[in-house]
Design a protein around this ligand. Structure first.
Ligand SMILES: Nc1nc2c(c(=O)[nH]1)N[C@H]1C(S)=C(S)[C@@H](COP(=O)(O)O)O[C@H]1N2
Ligand SMILES: [Mo]
Length: 318
């Protein structure tokens, strides 16, 4: 397949973001608010923000110790400013178009080097694990960040349950491929379906989460319903959405961003203020909702993962 040069997310994002921030500042003024309400209402079926009440509540969610004590981003930010290229490359496209995606019935194929490969129905799978709320920092490679209260369970719980064999060294994840509902898949901006991967020890790290909810409710589609990965010490693109397949492999699996531009997007993609993206600095970031940029922390502040990379040159393995 002919794959276009990876999108210039820097140009796209900086333009978008400035536009977004200014537009939002303007919306907060009385006249802006009134006009914007009219404008949004004028686009049928295109709510820019999903009301939190529209999502099903998740019962019996325990608070987790793996939580940062920082101000949460608003539900509006978390569900209205997204990257989900299957629905388009603009930050507002997922909120506009992801409602088209059917999330039931939903099967997750687990295969490769494990003792219990099968097609698992998500509703059965969800009964296996207790849910936790974890407030994580989330850092996009585009140099913006948020603080997000996810609901989910450790990926390690699922991995252990399906018993990887001695051959399993990596885990590959795959997103749903359904161009009739995901019109962005008609555009070869990435190689579809979207894939991501982790080393097995990264997958087993207690911080690695499979999320099914946010703000105490089920995930809205734009955030990767019904099941998405969250790896809080890595750039956001590792946190693959709407997962339909989990495969254990012996060698390092292909990943969508690495395939599209290996020089810019490595397999590891740990948040690292000392390794700039070829086209922009990674030393600082804008927390969505804040005006001044803040310093980016090594591993996004999750120092407890440092031992996973002991002895590795993280400039080479970016
Ligand atoms: N399938 C899929 N997963 C994806 C993406 C995508 O385009 N498709 N974008 C990634 C990127 S770049 C980011 S920053 C996060 C955004 O997650 P959020 O919209 O829930 O904040 O999702 C990641 N997962
Ligand atoms: Mo991202």
């Amino acid at each position: 397949m002919l794959v276009r040069q990876a999108p210039d997310i820097r140009t796209a994002d900086i333009t978008d973001e400035r536009h977004y921030v200014n537009r939002r500042a303007w919306l907060r003024t009385a006249v802006g608010g009134a006009l914007a309400t009219a404008a949004v209402a004028a686009v049928p079926g295109s709510p820019l923000v999903t009301p939190v009440s529209a999502q099903a509540a998740l019962p019996n969610v325990k608070k987790s110790g793996y939580t940062v004590d920082e101000k949460w981003n608003s539900y509006e930010d978390i569900t209205g400013y997204n990257n989900f290229y299957e629905f388009g490359t603009d930050k507002e496209d997922p909120a506009r178009y992801a409602g088209k995606m059917t999330t039931r019935p939903w099967t997750v194929k687990i295969d490769g080097a494990c003792a219990k490969p099968a097609d698992y129905n998500i509703d059965d799978m969800l009964k296996w694990f207790p849910l936790e709320e974890r407030v994580y920092r989330f850092r996009c490679v585009e140099a913006w960040s948020m603080v997000i209260p996810w609901v989910g369970f450790p990926l390690a719980d699922l991995v252990k349950r399906v018993e990887p064999t001695g051959k399993a060294k990596y885990v590959q994840f795959t997103t749903l491929m359904r161009p009739t509902e995901m019109f962005g898949q008609r555009d070869p901006v990435l190689q579809w379906p979207y894939t991501e991967g982790l080393r097995l020890d990264e997958a087993l790290h207690p911080l690695t989460l499979l999320a099914v909810g946010v703000y105490g409710k089920t995930l809205p589609n734009q955030n990767g319903a019904p099941l998405r990965l969250v790896v809080p010490w890595k750039y956001g693109f590792k946190s693959i959405k709407s997962i339909v397949r989990i495969r254990f492999t012996e060698s390092q699996p292909a990943t969508a961003w690495n395939q599209s531009n290996a020089r810019e997007y490595g397999f590891y993609s740990n948040v690292n203020p000392e390794v700039d993206h070829p086209r922009w600095t990674q030393s600082r970031e804008r927390r969505i909702g804040e005006f001044f940029r803040r310093k980016t922390l090594m591993f996004n502040g999750y120092d407890q993962v440092a031992s996973l990379y002991a002895g590795m040159d993280l400039k080479k393995h970016y």
